[in-house]
Design a protein around this ligand. Structure first.
Ligand SMILES: [Zn+2]
Length: 327
């Protein structure tokens, strides 16, 4: 029990400890004591909402090569970190499911991407890469993909004080750089879990882009308390994620070919609207035999439709920054 942490987080960030927004997502009760939300003042509601908000639209007039749509494929390479390591609730069976990610699934995903010449971005919790550093060589072999950061051990940011959150992210960036030889420029919060301190830390560490929030289908600039931050958001969505749909024990299970149809529909609208299609997957989930066919089918469908720019997240972020005159 660390009941004072969110209060610390808020005082560190200059908020008053009684702000309603300091209530962590995971149900900790430390913010209680402030009024029930239906009694919040206008200022309290606005302060809660304005911590991080969507700013200007960064969708360009057109994508490189005159493409109608940018396709950004993300792989969150969670492996063992989400199979017990992140909570410390370690059990050998689930860990072996994580190990499948680096042993079998990632090579299978890369065989597909490299055969199709489709670049992708691989977000790593540092420990996932430290446990199987050969993954960096496999990803790097084609010279087309990006490696970015997804926390230290898939920690939950809202459960941490800001000092610890920043320390873990700095450690993670250093560890990824040490293994890959390149400093990562992209950040995705583990579980897309954003604490009140996360954006400040992302800015402090100088990331080119962030990819954990959901205020649009198009790239946008993040605002912090109403002020532009210069940070590009490449937004995600649970609809566009393999994890909930492919969990056979989950509440929302879909057969992979059904999920592929949802992704195709999302892609078609992005193509029509001339925007962006960003799909989040996990090698240890999508890299099974019956599921990789959904990704194979999707890539074939997108290629057949044409006028598509397949890009890493970093290349897309650089492009939209340039188009918007942010550099
Ligand atoms: Zn993850």
């Amino acid at each position: 029990m660390r009941p004072s942490l969110s209060v610390l987080a808020f005082t560190t960030l200059g908020f008053t400890p009684l702000l309603p927004a300091c209530r962590p997502a995971d149900g900790a009760q430390e913010a209680a004591g402030d009024a029930e939300p239906w009694n919040w003042s206008e200022a309290e509601v606005r302060a809660a909402v304005d911590q991080v908000r969507a700013g200007r639209d960064l969708n360009p007039e057109s994508w490189p090569g005159g493409a109608r749509v940018a396709v950004l494929l993300s792989f969150d390479v969670d492996n063992e970190t989400v199979q017990g390591l992140r909570t410390g609730d370690v059990s050998i069976g689930p860990l072996s499911q994580g190990e499948y990610g680096s042993r079998v699934a990632l090579p299978r995903v890369l065989r597909l991407l490299d055969a199709e010449s489709v670049p992708a971005t691989f977000f790593f919790p540092a420990w996932s890469l430290k446990l199987a550093p050969q993954q960096a060589d496999l990803i790097g072999a084609a010279g087309a993909h990006e490696i970015a950061v997804h926390g230290w051990i898939h920690e939950l940011n809202t459960a941490l004080d800001p000092v610890t959150e920043e320390r873990l992210l700095r450690q993670a960036v250093d560890a990824v750089e040490e293994i890959t030889g390149e400093r990562p420029v992209g950040y995705r919060a583990p579980s897309w879990n954003f604490s009140p301190a996360t954006l400040d830390i992302v800015r402090e560490l100088g990331f080119l882009y962030e990819s954990s929030l959901m205020a649009d289908d198009r790239p946008y600039e993040l605002l912090a308390n109403g002020e532009p931050t210069g940070v590009v958001e490449l937004p995600v969505e649970w609809i566009l994620d393999d994890a909930p749909l492919f969990n056979p024990r989950g509440n929302s299970y879909s057969p992979p070919r059904d999920a592929m149809q949802v992704w195709m529909d999302e892609f078609d609208k992005a193509w029509e609207e001339r925007t962006m299609f960003l799909l989040t997957m996990h090698p240890h989930i999508v890299g099974h035999r019956s599921r990789i066919v959904a990704l194979e089918g999707l890539i074939s469908y997108m290629k057949a439709k044409g006028e598509v720019w397949f890009a890493t997240h970093a290349d897309a972020a650089r492009y939209v920054r340039k188009q918007a005159g942010m550099d």
